[in-house]
Design a binder for this molecule. Structure first.
Ligand SMILES: [Mg+2]
Length: 190
């Protein structure tokens, strides 16, 4: 009796899956300047570059997951968004970010990708061979936490917004900033 093809499939080198840290951009990696459309307004928070480097050195993929409704609202163009994205990646340095996923949809319309919907995480997981059970999501809003949970990932909420009261958050952890979140992840693994 032969087993079904799905059980006969052998793992190949290319099938290896990695853990990832999905990270919100505005308010988590850099200051949230409300619909950032100018590269001059890109200000990365202190300690972020070093923290991302530690994640990479421990085998995590780093994936940015960002709502950019300013595009869908007509506040800035896709080209302007791309200039800002390039500046973010330039300031973070080469090879620290494996991929960036953005959602241009405005709120109030059906969207599979706009956080808290999990679409961007689902797509990234497929395209980058990610093991969600060993992965984390870091963000500054409860919609990041909801997105993480909708995708089946543990969430760390950071207190970098003016609103620092995290009462009622469903995040597994709440910490002060991205470097603290990274420390927590690395402690959890060791
Ligand atoms: Mg944010």
């Amino acid at each position: 009796m032969s087993s079904s093809p799905v059980f006969e499939r052998r793992a190949k080198v290319g099938d290896a899956v990695s853990p990832a840290v999905f990270i919100d951009r505005d308010g988590t990696i850099m200051e949230d300047t409300d619909y950032c459309s100018d590269p001059k307004d890109v200000r990365i928070f202190p300690g972020v570059v070093e923290a991302l480097r530690r994640l990479k050195s421990r085998g995590f993929k780093v994936i940015i997951i960002t709502n950019q409704s300013g595009i869908g609202r007509g506040l800035f163009t896709l080209d302007q968004y791309r200039v800002v994205e390039s500046e973010v990646l330039r300031q973070l340095g080469d090879d620290l970010v494996d991929a960036t996923y953005y959602c241009p949809d405005p709120p109030g319309q059906k969207s599979k990708s706009r956080k808290p919907a999990p679409g961007m995480v689902v797509k990234a997981t497929e395209e980058h061979h990610i093991d969600l059970s060993r992965s984390f999501f870091i963000g500054d809003k409860e919609s990041d936490v909801e997105c993480a949970h909708n995708a089946g990932v543990r969430a760390i909420r950071v207190r970098t917004r003016i609103q620092r009261d995290m009462t009622g958050s469903n995040a597994e952890w709440v910490v002060d900033d991205l470097p603290a979140a990274v420390q927590l992840i690395l402690n959890a693994r060791s």
